[in-house]
Each structure stands twice: as structure tokens, then as C-alpha cells.
Design a protein around this ligand. Structure first.
Ligand SMILES: [Zn+2]
Length: 642
């Protein structure tokens, strides 16, 4: 693509922009530099408080130029870090209880973690403004997380250590985004590369005359045939060198599992995700390749590829508008599925066409999250998941599922057994924790230690760093009642070497990954617990065809496995239960209801992320009831929207 756009036109573009900006701003703003940084135009100022206090000037300028403008202090005026730290501690009253001060060189930002954020902000923001004036770093205040996340610290470390690489990456991304428009044709087409008429390996390519965007880059974790694990990257439409952006809806591996693989094959463009999604997907990707290595399975990419992904990731919060290119604008809104999960709204060609992508969403609120967003500024087509779109896909009431789970645990514990709950590390596990904490508090659940194996404990830490995305119910519990269910006394993170002791010990509940017994620790627990009839296993998530979980759930009583080169036969004597009501997906009724509430109503629906017969049945109902055009494409089919 580069050689089509001569360098001089780019340089010219930014030179013009610089001149326009400097002319339009008050002279005492003292602009020292203007730079592209990913989708933003960044102004460096020797006197940034002038611009921070004249927000309207900047806003109107951004509107005229149709660019997102960010103001940062010039590096030369920022106070030295140790000095700045000391100054912050002097300015902020002691009762704020500052727990950490973290500098972000790239953003010129200082994050102040405090137990009482309000005291750092001060009345109508006076304390915060004083800090900004004094140290020339932009202060940002967050509540101290009750559990520190190692993963978030690792991401911070990567960004700081390789800040030069990061800066360069963002500059190149910016140049590409702000390149002058050359093609005047108008078209929009979408090609399914994975997850169409199936579940797993979600991936689609959105193309306009100007832009190519990959939406989700998933890995089918349950697939045995490697040909079914990866999306169709060999499709003629897909050329990694032509790709402008990657957007990820949420962290589950069937949506984000192959993003680092793109970097292995030379992609150097941006990945847009919600900030919680970045942490969660990095956690799951790292774990995926570690487990694959340990179990001698195919390892699709390396830790270095994951680091490259982090360096090219641009995180966005719900509601923030981002220019992916000259003709595509992205806004993420809550999907209610897992922490950070997003329904994407894409505004294409100056709003000529508007597309929403609801890849995994929950129509009803859960304990963990509020329900999916249904309001959009404009909407012509929605692309929706249909996992539970079949006519018989009616989930039990949430409350019934909760009571059933508590009953199984109580019975198992009373007879001296243990309960194994294989679960996805992200989403379902945290939902179950809140449920169990709730019933424990009401004394309906027996007092029993609940062990959180490896990954789940770290995912909980990431949740506790993002209370702003949790349900209003949980936020109320945490902030108003002072009761964080994640911190309840019944929960215990468990380390690898504690497992044997735990299994020999007293009755307990164990939450372990993976949810479908496809690998990871839940398989180990299962093998060591299956023969004891006092124990129970409870499946709480979708069991894909071909997985061990599916076989056990459907009643297979004899399992053969190879251990130390010898065939071993194992009898499954433990109680087997499946509870469907905890799903983070919408059932058929919820999908119909979600569509009814969509505002505005789209003229067209594309169904994906579902087995073909389920999607088709849902398609019939939607078109009959709402007189809307519904399509159920296969992978490799291309649809044209304009
Ligand atoms: Zn998902």
C-alpha cells in the first residue's frame, strides 16, 4: 500500500495540519510539536494547562479538522518523576490514602491509585488541576484495586520497556490512517473467514474501497483437525499486507486467540480493543501457548508475538469514537457477555452505512454485568451471534440455575465429596463466584473452601481492576455496601504444588479451566476425582462436539487415556450434572427480545456464531415476526452491503 501513497503527500498533510493548528490556538499554548499517534493527532505544548483550561477551543478545532485531538505536555516541561511524586503527596490530603503512583511516558500521564479517589480530585476538581499545573503531567485518578493483577503489571512493563518501539508503531499507524483519500468508489463488503454457520474461530473481513478491517481473529479450541482450528486466512480476499486494522469484540480465544499469529506473519497495524479486553486476552493467549507447549500440541505463536501485539494495541473505552481510517469510524458499546465485551458500531463513508457487530452478547443482565446495549445512532445492518438460536434453546431461569448449583454443592459436601466445576477462566467463573458468595452470605450454602485454580484467580484480579465495567448491582455492593464478593473468605487461589494436598483433604469446591475438559488443569482434577462416587462434576458451559466434556456430559462412563505410554481405563463414578442457566450468551428468547429492542431497527440481519440449523431456525422467526431481511452465510461467502 505504501508505494501507492508517495511520502511527500503525507508530509504535506501533517505540515498543513500543524500550521492550521498553531494558527487556531491561543499563542500562549506554545505548541512545540504536532504528531500522529495511531488514530489521534497529538499536540505537545510547553504550557499545557492553557489548553486543558480552554477545552472548548480544542473541541471546536477538532470538529473543524475532523480529527481527534489530544493535548500533552512537552517532555521538556514535565517534572522529574521522583520530584513529581513527592509534589503529588504534598498536594493530596493524607486521607486520600494513595497506594501507587504510576507514570506513563507515552501519554504524559500519571495514574494516581488511591483508596479514596474523591479526595485526590478535590472539590470540583481543584486538587487535580493543582497537580496538573505543578508537575505538567496529566493526572488520572483510579481507585486502588483490592487485588493486584500481575498480568496488568506485565503489560505496563512491556509498554514502558519498549516505549520507543511503541512510539514508532503508533506513528506509522497514524500516517496510514491519516493518508489522503485516493479512491472515490463506494462499496462495502463482508467476507466470513470463520464462525459462519459454525461456532469457533470467529473472523470476518470488512472491506471498503479504502479500508480493510479484520473483526475478531479466533481460534477453534475444540477442533481436533488443525484445518478447522484456524480461520480461512488463505481466502483470496485476505492479504495481511493490505490490512488496515484489527478489531476484537472480546477476550475469549474463539474471538481473540490468533491475534498474535498475525504479528508472526508480519502484520504491524493496530488492534483496537476495550482496555479490559487487552488484559484478559493477553492472559488467555499466554496460557494457551503455555498449555499447548506442555501438552505437546500445536503452538501457533510465541511470547514475542504476544508482546508485538501489545505494542500495537490501542485500547478504547465504551462510547469513545475512533477513526479506523478515513472512511470507517468505530464505537464500542457494552455486550453484557464478559468483562470488556463489546458490540461494535461501524460508521462507514461519512455515515452512509452503519453496521453493528454483536459477536457474543447477553440480552439479560447477569450478576456480573449489565445487559447488552441496544441503542445506536444509526443502523442499517446488524451481524449477530446465534449460538442458542434453536427452537428448543430456552435457558432455565437464572434463579433456578443458582438454586440447583447450591443444592448439588450442599449434597456433595455433606456426603464427604468434592465438587469440580470446569469453567472458562473469564466470565463464567466470576459469575459463579458472585453467586456462591451471595448464597454463602445468606447461609444457604454450607461453609466450604472454594478453590480457584491458576488462571481464574488472575482473571479475578483483572476484574477487580475494572470495577467501572461491572454491573450496577456489583458496583453498588462494592462501593456503597463495602462488600466485594470477590474478596469473600470462602475463596482461595490454589497453586500447582498444592493440588495433591487439596485432593486428599477435606470436602471442597474446585473451579478449574478449561470449561470443556479440552486441556489444562480441569482434566487433571477430573482424572483424579472421577472414580470416587462421593464427588460431583458440574458443567456450566457449552460443551462442543468432540470434547471430553461433551462425552462425559452425555453419560460416557468409561474413559480410556494414555499415561506414561500405557493405556489406562477409568470408570466415571462421580455424579454428573449440567446446568445451562449461567450462560453468558443469549438464548433464543433473549435474542428475539434484543432485536425487538434495537433502536433504530436495522433493515438487514446477518446471523453467525451458531450451528447452521439453529441459525436458520432463528432467521425464519426473525423475518416472520419483524419483516426483516435475514441471511445465514457460510464461511468464505462474501456479502455486499452497498
Ligand atoms: Zn465469548
Amino acid at each position: 500500500m505504501d508505494n501507492k501513497h508517495p511520502m511527500y503527500s503525507r508530509e504535506l498533510a501533517i505540515d498543513h495540519l500543524k500550521a492550521d493548528l498553531i494558527n487556531a490556538l491561543p499563542p500562549n499554548a506554545q505548541i512545540s510539536n504536532v504528531e500522529f499517534e495511531g488514530p489521534f493527532v497529538v499536540l505537545y505544548s510547553l504550557n499545557p494547562t492553557v489548553l486543558m483550561e480552554n477545552g472548548d477551543v480544542v473541541k471546536s478545532l477538532a470538529k473543524t479538522l475532523r480529527k481527534r485531538i489530544v493535548i500533552r505536555s512537552d517532555v521538556s516541561v514535565r517534572r522529574e518523576k521522583e520530584e513529581a511524586k513527592a509534589r503529588i503527596r504534598e498536594i493530596v490530603p493524607e486521607n486520600a490514602e494513595i497506594t501507587n503512583i504510576i507514570f506513563d511516558d507515552e501519554l504524559g500521564e500519571v495514574v494516581i491509585e488511591a483508596k479514596k479517589p474523591g479526595a485526590v480530585i478535590g472539590r470540583s476538581g481543584t486538587t487535580l488541576r493543582e497537580i496538573a499545573r505543578e508537575i505538567s503531567w496529566r493526572p488520572k485518578v483510579v481507585r486502588s484495586p483490592p487485588i493486584q493483577s500481575q498480568l496488568i503489571n506485565t503489560i505496563r512493563y512491556t509498554l514502558t520497556k519498549d516505549s520507543d518501539k511503541r512510539k514508532n508503531a503508533l506513528l506509522n499507524i497514524g500516517k496510514r490512517i491519516h493518508r489522503p483519500r485516493v479512491i472515490r468508489d463506494n462499496f462495502i463488503r463482508l467476507t466470513g473467514l470463520g464462525g459462519f454457520s459454525e461456532v469457533g474461530r470467529s473472523c470476518m473481513l470488512l472491506e471498503t474501497a479504502e479500508t480493510k478491517i479484520l473483526i475478531d481473529t479466533g481460534l477453534n479450541v475444540g477442533a481436533r483437525d488443525p484445518g478447522e482450528m484456524f480461520p480461512y486466512f488463505s481466502a483470496p480476499e485476505f492479504d495481511i499486507a493490505q490490512l488496515d486494522a484489527v478489531v476484537i469484540t472480546h477476550a475469549h480465544l474463539d474471538h481473540s486467540g490468533l491475534v498474535p499469529y498475525l504479528y508472526k506473519w508480519g502484520y504491524r497495524g493496530p488492534v483496537y480493543v476495550n482496555d479490559a479486553t487487552l488484559s484478559l486476552m493477553t492472559l488467555l493467549q499466554k496460557d494457551y501457548i503455555e498449555v499447548a507447549e506442555r501438552e505437546n500440541k500445536l503452538v501457533p505463536y510465541s511470547q514475542k508475538n504476544i508482546r508485538d501485539m501489545i505494542l500495537h494495541t490501542i485500547t478504547r473505552r465504551y462510547g469513545e469514537v475512533t477513526d479506523l481510517s478515513d472512511d470507517v469510524r468505530l464505537t464500542m458499546t457494552p455486550a453484557g457477555h464478559i468483562l470488556g465485551s463489546s458490540i461494535l458500531h461501524l460508521h462507514i463513508g461519512d455515515g452512509k452505512y452503519n453496521l453493528a457487530v454483536a459477536n457474543d452478547f447477553k440480552g439479560k443482565r447477569s450478576r456480573l454485568l449489565d445487559r447488552a446495549n441496544t441503542r445506536f445512532p444509526r443502523l442499517e445492518t446488524i451481524i449477530m451471534e446465534s449460538t442458542y438460536g434453536g427452537p428448543r434453546d430456552v435457558m432455565p431461569r437464572r434463579e433456578d440455575a443458582e438454586i440447583q448449583l447450591v443444592k448439588i454443592i450442599n449434597q456433595t459436601i455433606r456426603r464427604g465429596g468434592k465438587v469440580l466445576i470446569p469453567t472458562l477462566a473469564v466470565g463464567r467463573a466470576q459469575e459463579l463466584m458472585i453467586v456462591l458468595a451471595h448464597y454463602y452470605k445468606r447461609r444457604q450454602l454450607v461453609k466450604v473452601p472454594i478453590y480457584l485454580d491458576g488462571l481464574i484467580a488472575e482473571a479475578v484480579a483483572i476484574h477487580s481492576c475494572h470495577p467501572e465495567y461491572l454491573s450496577s448491582y456489583l458496583q453498588d455492593q462494592i462501593f456503597n455496601e463495602g462488600q466485594n464478593p470477590f474478596l469473600a473468605e470462602i475463596f482461595h487461589p490454589v497453586k500447582q504444588n498444592e493440588r495433591t494436598g487439596l485432593l486428599r483433604g477435606e470436602p471442597a469446591v474446585i473451579l478449574a479451566t478449561s470449561g470443556m475438559l479440552t486441556g489444562g488443569n480441569s482434566v487433571d482434577y477430573f482424572k483424579r476425582m472421577a472414580e470416587d462416587a462421593r464427588n460431583s462434576i458440574v458443567f456450566v458451559s457449552y460443551q462442543a462436539e468432540g470434547t471430553l466434556g461433551r462425552r462425559i456430559a452425555s453419560g460416557v462412563k468409561e474413559i480410556r487415556s494414555i499415561e506414561d505410554g500405557r493405556m489406562k481405563m477409568m470408570r466415571v463414578n462421580m455424579d454428573i450434572h449440567q446446568i445451562d442457566g449461567f450462560s453468558g450468551h443469549s438464548d433464543r428468547g433473549e435474542i428475539m427480545n434484543f432485536f425487538r429492542e434495537l433502536n433504530p431497527k436495522p433493515e438487514q440481519v446477518i446471523l453467525m456464531h451458531g450451528l447452521r440449523n439453529k441459525s436458520q431456525s432463528l432467521a425464519q422467526s426473525l423475518s416472520k415476526r419483524y419483516h426483516v431481511k435475514v441471511k445465514v452465510p457460510y464461511n468464505l461467502e462474501t456479502l455486499r452491503f452497498k
